[in-house]
Design a protein around this ligand. Structure first.
Ligand code: SAM
Length: 221
C-alpha cells in the first residue's frame, strides 16, 4: 500500500514536470481562478512567508507584495524555471525539494499553499500538518486554498476509482496520461480533521474552492 502511494506520488511529480508549459492555461481561461488570486490581498500574509508547492509562481509575486520575504518550494525544476521568470523580486527565494522529504530549516510567520493539500495522500495528512506546525513561528498562521468537492464537475476532473488513495487522471497535449493524488476536501470534514489534530481553523468556501486560515496546536511553537 505504501509502495503504491509512493508510486503515485512519483507519477504526480512527473506529471507536473511534464505539464509545466501547459500549467498556466486555467489561470488564463477560468475567471473564478483569477478571482481567487485577488483574495491574497484580504489574507493575513505577513512577515517571512514559506510557500509550499509554488508551481509556476501564480501566487508567489502576490505574496511577495505583502511579505518581508518569500521562500517558495516546489519539486519540479520545470515549473520553478517559469516561476523565476514570473517573479522578479529580491525578496523571493526559490528552492527545489520534495515536500514529503524536506524539512524547513527555520520558522516562518506564514506558511501558504495553494492547490497542494489536495495532492497530499490521506495517509500523509497528519505528518504534513505536523511539518507545517513545526515551520510556523509563534503566532504564525497557515493559509491554504484548494478545490472542494464541487470542483470535480466544475473542472471536469477525471476521478479514478479503485486506487489506494483518491486520485485523478490528467492528460497532456502530447497524449500522455498521468495519475495524480487528488483529495477533494469537504470544508466541514477538513475543519473537523484539523480540529482533531489540535489546529484552530476557519475555512470558507469560495465558488468550488475554499480558503483556510489555521493556527497550530499551542504545544508546538
Ligand atoms: C496544483 S500545482 C499548484 C501550484 C501552485 N501552488 C498554484 O496554485 O498554481 C501542484 C504543485 O505541486 C508540485 N509538487 C508535486 N509533487 C510535489 C512534491 N512531492 N514536493 C513538492 N512539490 C510537489 C508540482 O510540481 C506543482 O507545481
Amino acid at each position: 500500500m505504501d509502495g503504491d502511494v509512493d508510486a503515485l506520488l512519483a507519477e504526480q511529480r512527473d506529471y507536473y514536470r511534464a505539464a509545466a508549459a501547459e500549467y498556466d492555461r486555467p489561470y488564463e481561461r477560468v475567471e473564478e481562478l483569477r478571482d481567487l488570486l485577488a483574495f491574497v490581498d484580504e489574507l493575513p500574509v505577513i512577515g517571512d512567508v514559506l510557500e509550499l508547492a509554488c508551481g509556476t509562481g501564480q501566487w508567489t509575486a502576490r505574496l511577495a507584495e505583502r511579505a518581508r520575504s518569500v521562500t517558495a518550494v516546489d519539486a519540479a525544476a520545470e515549473v520553478l524555471a517559469l516561476a523565476r521568470v514570473r517573479t522578479e523580486s529580491p525578496t523571493v527565494r526559490f528552492l527545489e525539494a520534495d515536500l514529503f522529504e524536506w524539512q524547513p530549516p527555520r520558522r516562518y510567520d506564514t506558511v501558504f499553499f495553494a492547490f497542494w493539500l489536495s495532492h497530499v495522500p490521506p495517509s500523509r495528512f497528519a505528518d504534513f500538518w505536523s511539518t507545517v506546525a513545526a515551520a510556523l513561528a509563534p503566532g504564525g498562521k497557515a493559509i491554504f486554498i484548494d478545490d472542494g468537492p464541487a470542483a470535480v464537475a466544475a473542472t471536469e476532473e477525471e476521478v479514478l476509482a479503485n486506487l489506494p488513495v483518491p486520485a485523478a487522471l490528467r492528460r497532456l497535449d502530447d497524449g500522455s496520461q498521468y495519475r495524480i493524488v487528488k483529495v477533494f476536501h469537504d470544508v466541514r470534514t477538513l475543519t473537523d480533521d484539523l480540529t482533531a489534530l489540535g489546529w484552530s481553523v476557519r475555512i470558507r468556501p469560495v465558488a468550488w474552492n475554499f480558503i483556510g486560515i489555521a493556527e497550530p496546536p499551542t504545544a508546538v511553537g
